[in-house]
Design a protein around this ligand. Structure first.
Ligand code: ATP
Length: 599
């Protein structure tokens, strides 16, 4: 039995982290914390620090909205509901309001204590906070709301005012410490192996099993050797392998050694299907469990994947049931409904095009070359008109590649995926590399490709746009330093309806200052937690003194900006860390220069 640890230790670290924007300092605070934590609760500490109680793919949510939280505060402090609401409005933060109300209550209580009443404080332990949060999340069905309120109130009653602040922020999904996964991995490596070098091993394990709490536990109990042995498991999603992009068939073939297998790049939603007997789970590109939205796709996997256990990947695409033609990606969004799934299935039927196979009946295929993985896939897939292998062709000349691309576009695809036939073409989980290269239609923009950017702030609109945002401040991701660097302001491409919805959509992400992971020279009117990803096109990439993307990389004292950017669509399937990287923007800039110089 290990000793327990007080929640206030965690809260002190949160406070320090909140005050710094430096990643090295954040890492140092975490290292100090992790070293102090009793080994059997390291997983709980890691989850709580991520603002969670379990990995995202489990899909366990607190189900506590602001109103419910306020009821719990009222119950815990004995202050009436109206006053709680007034305090929340005044301070603009439920956590701060709870902290204030509790501290005035505690003052009264200590006065009683002073006057001779018995007064015992029971310090909150991390286990108690964590276990109660789990209970709150698990309370469902009839009476769940009351259960959640009384569980939360019981915690708050025993919490110190500052602890209450963080408990509420956690439960409302607003912890927002600005700590990225990468920082946690660095801190784990330093705390338990003494050097940052172990990060690589930890990251590989995290790609195969994206559960930071579990990995931390293995690291602490079995060491780095234990982490090396972490395997893929049916039912637990694997971080997807991603593609690089190149602009011409010649460049693609040169990179892939003169030949490749080209496949249609379908404009749908990537799914990773985990099959175990009759049970099928579907995970999205960002590892969200989307099983409930696609019972038809699950049935296709169940009936047509001839293996007891398998992990396969494919693209779910909306189709026209009368003609079998492919329909655009946007149609799939109608399938993300909680209710009336039957109706949605009928109105927006789908097909699946399979393209990879990561695991079959006990065998991990991720370290086998693509050519072999495909053989496994062909072996276990029984094709029908609704589930097929992605259409493909072996290519050995730029002309063939171009023709195949034209054909893909004509059939409603986004372009093609060119995949390496080399023996080293393993499944690079969580990595964007040149073993897969995409060749895409460019939406008639002059940019070689569209980019996916993260909204980090906004500017109020004027005139016709008064009351909503005039433009959003958009950023690319810099994985090296784990920050988002601005690259343009997007104001066009939105419909009136889109525009009207913007403030409400961003409401949950508003913060009073620039987020610690955002690098910007521009002062936005409103700042956001980097969360929402949008696909953007533009005329060209230029040097800019205003934007921080690639600052000083191409030219001293200048960054890169996208000129005439235009919003194309939201990318709910991407996390902010999946956005286009600073390096990719630099590459797009260089390619464009080469082309103008040549021609
Ligand atoms: P994009 O924004 O271009 O879809 P991405 O960042 O989501 O890119 P990439 O790895 O760059 O992901 O491009 C591959 C994506 O294309 C996959 O995530 C998948 O959704 C889709 N796709 C469609 N057809 C295929 C295919 N045959 N092989 C691999 N991926 C495919």
């Amino acid at each position: 039995m290990w000793e327990s640890m007080e929640y206030s230790v965690l809260v002190d670290v949160y406070e320090k982290i909140e005050k710094t924007t430096k990643r090295t300092e954040m890492t140092a605070y975490l290292v100090m914390l992790f070293k102090k934590v009793p080994p059997d609760i390291i997983d709980k500490v890691v989850y709580l620090t991520q603002g969670k109680i379990c990995p995202d793919y489990v899909g366990l949510e607190f189900g506590v909205a602001e109103k419910l939280a306020m009821r719990a505060i009222a119950l815990a402090t004995g202050v009436n509901a109206r006053e709680v609401e007034r305090e929340v409005k005044r301070l603009g933060d439920v956590g701060l309001a709870a902290e204030r109300l509790l501290s005035s209550k505690k003052r009264t209580v200590s006065l009683f204590a002073f006057m001779g009443e018995e007064f015992k404080e029971r310090p909150l332990t991390i286990e108690r906070v964590y276990d109660t949060l789990v209970k709150i999340a698990k309370a469902t069905g009839e009476g769940a709301q009351d259960t959640k309120v009384s569980l939360l109130a019981s915690l708050l009653k025993d919490a110190k005012p500052k602890e209450a602040r963080y408990i509420l922020r956690t439960i409302l999904g607003r912890l927002r410490l600005g700590i990225a996964d990468m920082t946690i991995m660095d801190a784990l490596a330093i705390a338990f192996t003494g050097t940052k070098a172990a990060r690589e091993v930890i990251e590989r394990a995290y790609n195969l099993r994206p559960d930071m709490g579990y990995i931390a536990k293995v690291l602490v109990t079995e060491g780095l050797e234990g982490v090396k042995k972490i395997k893929i498991t049916v039912g637990v999603p694997i971080k997807p392998m991603l593609a690089e992009r190149l602009r011409t068939p010649e460049e693609i073939l040169r990179k892939l050694g003169g030949k490749c297998i080209a496949e249609y790049k379908y404009d749908g939603m990537r799914v990773q299907a985990h099959k175990s007997g009759n049970r099928v789970i579907l995970y999205s590109r960002r590892l969200e469990n989307v099983t409930q939205y696609f019972p038809d796709a699950c049935q296709l996997i169940r009936d047509h994947i001839k293996a007891k256990e398998a992990i396969v990947e494919g693209e779910v695409v909306a189709i026209d049931p009368d003609t079998g033609d492919l329909r655009p990606f946007q149609e799939l969004m109608h399938r993300r409904r909680k209710y009336e799934i039957e109706k949605a299935m009928e109105e927006y039927p789908v097909s699946i095009f399979m393209f990879d196979c990561l695991y079959v009946d006990g065998e991990d295929l991720t370290l086998k070359p693509y050519t072999e993985r495909r053989k496994y896939l062909m072996d276990i897939l029984e094709e029908s008109d609704r589930i097929k292998l992605a259409h493909y062709k072996l290519i050995s000349s730029p002309r063939e590649l171009e023709e195949f691309f034209e054909q893909a576009i004509a059939e409603g695809c986004e372009g093609i995926m060119c995949k390496s036939l080399m023996p080293n073409a393993v499944y690079q989980s969580g990595v964007r590399g040149f073993l897969w290269i995409k060749y895409k239609r460019d939406y008639k923009a002059e940019l070689a490709d569209t980019v996916d950017l993260v909204a980090v702030g906004a500017f109020w609109g004027k005139g016709k746009r008064a009351g909503t945002y005039g433009a959003l401040l958009m950023a690319a991701y810099d994985p090296e330093s784990d920050v988002f660097r601005t690259v343009c302001k997007v104001g066009s491409g939105f419909t009136d309806e889109d525009l009207e919805k913007l403030p409400k959509m961003f409401e949950p992400y508003i913060i009073p200052h620039k987020h610690p992971r955002v690098d910007s020279k521009l002062e936005a009117d409103i700042w956001f937690v980097p969360a929402i990803v949008m696909e953007v096109t533009g005329a060209e990439i230029t040097l800019s003194p205003l934007h921080t993307c690639a600052w000083g990389i191409v030219k001293e004292g200048a960054g890169l900006a996208i000129r005439f950017p235009r919003f194309l669509r939201y990318r709910p399937d991407k996390r902010p860390e999946d956005a286009t990287t600073v390096q990719e923007i630099v590459d797009l800039y260089k390619k464009q220069r080469k082309i103008t110089m040549r021609g």
